[in-house]
Design a protein around this ligand. Structure first.
Ligand SMILES: [Mg+2]
Length: 363
């Protein structure tokens, strides 16, 4: 079997009301999904998604004519391109979708077949006051979720901790609470300073006392030493690595034993194969593998298959913050949005490949 063509197709929906209105003076008014469609001479196709694939067209020739099942080779080429240009990991997701369809198996089975369902945590996005967030936590619990994640704005830390406190008071010990400070996303171009180690440590101590499951991206991602010190000294689980650009970045965290929870996103960070390799290593050391999944339903599925395949977890991120962020919006490109069951778990699809249907054939 040979790859004959790789097509990029963009789909978009309008968001009314917009999303992330509280964070952004220019909130998101539309949501775009890029589909990567790999075609072969045998008529089997694979579809991936999760990143923009901008500029990929000039690299298509590096894959056309090759056997799509040589995924080790393709992942190495994608790593090389990621050094020089963009991250085109949705293509690897499409290749796994294709491989699963060619072999009549779900991708999770090709990756180890460790689990058939994974508990999902509701990953909220919007900044809300304590009362409103507590109310949303109770609604999530009603839907079956056993855990939720709350983002804290580093410029409004007290409000953020107040929201976590209100949620803890509302749900007692019936739900796990994760907290994300998003400081791993700090860029050289960010002109305002990040919260420094001392300030972060004070937040971590307050969160530890609120029995938070993990504290995510507390510090800029280069500060591996700071991560290691924080988890060792405060005694709170620390999570990170969602947007690591190379496996070496994650290996640096491993070498310093700086994370309890490794989160490389299979369609944004290092691809499915590399994420799987990292997951196997860290799980063996008793650490957790719960990837970032904040893209769309196809990206979420790619990460679910990796997590389930290696028997990882104990959770999978489920981006969900109604009414602004719903499965219908997140998965608008799918015939059927992904939903959790009454126990708050995501079931791994049993159909071949990544296991989704589009409402219509790709163009
Ligand atoms: Mg995060």
């Amino acid at each position: 079997m040979k790859i004959t063509r790789i097509r990029i197709e963009r789909r978009e929906i309008e968001l009314d009301p917009p999303f992330l209105a509280a964070w952004d003076p220019n909130p998101r008014r539309s949501f775009e999904a890029t589909l990567v469609v790999v075609e072969t001479d045998e008529g089997v196709t694979g579809i991936g998604s999760g990143d923009t694939m901008d500029g990929f067209e000039r690299y298509e020739d590096l894959f056309v004519g090759y056997d799509p099942l040589e995924i080790e080779r393709h992942a190495a080429v994608l790593e090389t391109i990621a050094f020089h240009a963009g991250r085109y990991w949705p293509l690897e997701a499409a290749l796994w979708d294709l491989a699963g369809k060619a072999e009549g198996k779900p991708v999770a089975q090709l990756l180890g077949g460790g689990k058939d369902r994974v508990p999902a945590y509701a990953s909220t996005g919007d900044r809300r006051g304590p009362d409103e967030r507590a109310e949303s936590a109770l609604a999530l619990r009603e839907e079956g979720f056993k855990a939720l994640k709350i983002r804290i704005d580093r410029t409004h830390v007290d409000t953020g901790v107040a929201a976590v406190t209100a949620v803890r008071e509302a749900v007692g010990n019936t739900m796990g609470i994760m907290v994300d400070l998003n400081q791993g996303w700090r860029m050289p171009g960010d002109l305002s300073p990040a919260l420094d180690r001392d300030a972060v440590r004070a937040v971590a101590e307050r969160l530890r006392d609120l029995d938070v499951v993990w504290f995510e991206e507390p510090l800029p991602r280069e500060d591996v030493e700071g991560y290691a010190a924080l988890r060792a000294e405060v005694g709170i689980r620390v999570a990170g690595g969602e947007m690591a650009r190379t496996t070496a970045e994650l290996e640096a965290f491993e070498a310093a034993d700086a994370l309890d929870v490794y989160q490389p996103d299979a369609v944004l960070s290092v691809g499915l194969l590399r994420a799987r390799e990292i997951a196997l290593r860290v799980l063996q050391k008793g650490r957790w593998f719960t990837p970032h999944t904040w893209t769309n339903g196809i990206g979420l599925l790619a990460n679910l298959h990796v997590t389930a395949g290696v028997g990882g977890g104990p959770y999978i991120e489920f981006p969900y913050d109604p009414p602004a962020w719903t499965p219908e919006r997140r998965d608008f490109m799918l015939a059927e949005p992904l939903r959790v069951d009454a126990d708050g778990c995501l079931t791994v699809p049993v159909s071949p490949g990544l296991g989704f249907e589009l409402p219509d054939a790709p163009l």
